[in-house]
Design a protein around this ligand. Structure first.
Ligand code: PAF
Length: 279
């Protein structure tokens, strides 16, 4: 496993690999790798001859009031965790390598970013797309692996790939959960043990909605009220949103149907957590 910090070096490495007929997978991350990431990486290793993992905490996707400065960082730990997974290259660019002085081009996907997390995190998806497009241009992967926990991010990146005719396959990987149902996330490390236990409530609420849907309830207002009740019974009150939406357009629905997405974002302690489930 080799680490690369320079964009030109990563590009020439990828050019050579492609000339040799090798396929390349990319698993883009912001580091602080948890077991969910390790599954994405294992999938990346399976999918191509050469697997590149990128670690870059992308400031463009954090708003002023967000957790950029305290976002967990542990490069040595990350490298150790990846050591035995069969990763070939770890691309770790410095901030001024990705965004040198004078940087002024951004990528923005249209209406998909107006739903769910969009209104709560202005500029977030524009920052994500800008970084991910750069990573695609630098690593030149045939395939990239992204987690379904960040479902809106996944759909937005798929849309960007289609709209800009990028020659990259996007593979979605299912969410890994802790024993209490909490979706694996780097931000879980902000939670003290009692809050981490309570945060299992997100999945309990999602499952309650799915169960009521399977029992025949289609009215999304009622379904959401039942989900919110589960949260309030666990003293989880600081909810950004809980919605049932179309899984392609992400538009909120009045009547649920099979395949729709239930998505939520809320704060527990200082941590903003998101999760989702398909009906
Ligand atoms: O999901 C993440 O960790 C980030 O949003 C990504 C895709 C690496 C872009 O910075």
């Amino acid at each position: 496993m080799r680490t690369i910090e320079k964009i030109t070096r990563m590009q020439s490495t990828s050019n050579t690999l492609r000339m040799e007929g090798k396929t390349i997978s990319l698993v883009p991350t912001m580091g602080a790798l948890h077991s969910g990431h390790l599954q994405l990486i294992a999938r990346g290793v399976e999918l191509a001859d050469v697997c590149v993992v990128s670690i870059f905490i992308n400031p463009l996707q954090f708003a002023q009031n967000e957790d950029l400065n305290k976002y967990p960082r542990d490069i040595d730990g990350d490298l150790n965790k990846m050591n035995s997974l069969g990763v070939d290259y770890v691309f770790i660019p410095a901030l001024d390598e990705m965004y040198p002085d004078g940087f002024q081009t951004h990528v923005e996907v249209g209406s998909l970013q107006e739903h769910l997390c969009g209104p709560f995190r202005p500029g977030h998806f524009r920052g994500v797309c800008t970084a991910v497009l750069k990573l695609f241009n630098i690593v030149k992967p045939h395939v990239a692996v992204l987690g379904e926990k960040d479902y809106q991010q996944l759909k937005i990146i798929q849309q960007m790939v289609r709209d800009l005719s990028l020659d990259v396959d996007i593979v979605a990987h299912e969410t890994l959960r802790e024993e209490n149902g909490l979706a694996a996330s780097s931000r879980n490390s902000y939670l003290p043990p009692a809050d981490r236990e309570r945060a299992g409530g997100l999945y309990t609420a999602l499952r309650k909605i799915k169960m009521e849907f399977e029992n025949g309830q289609r009215n999304t207002e009622l379904l959401i009220a039942l989900g919110k009740k589960v949260l309030s019974d666990m003293s989880i009150e600081d909810i950004d949103y809980m919605e049932i939406c179309d899984c392609e357009t992400l538009e909120s629905k009045k009547e649920a149907k099979s395949g729709d997405l239930v998505a939520l974002a809320l704060k527990i302690g200082g941590a903003r957590l998101i999760d989702n489930l398909r009906l």
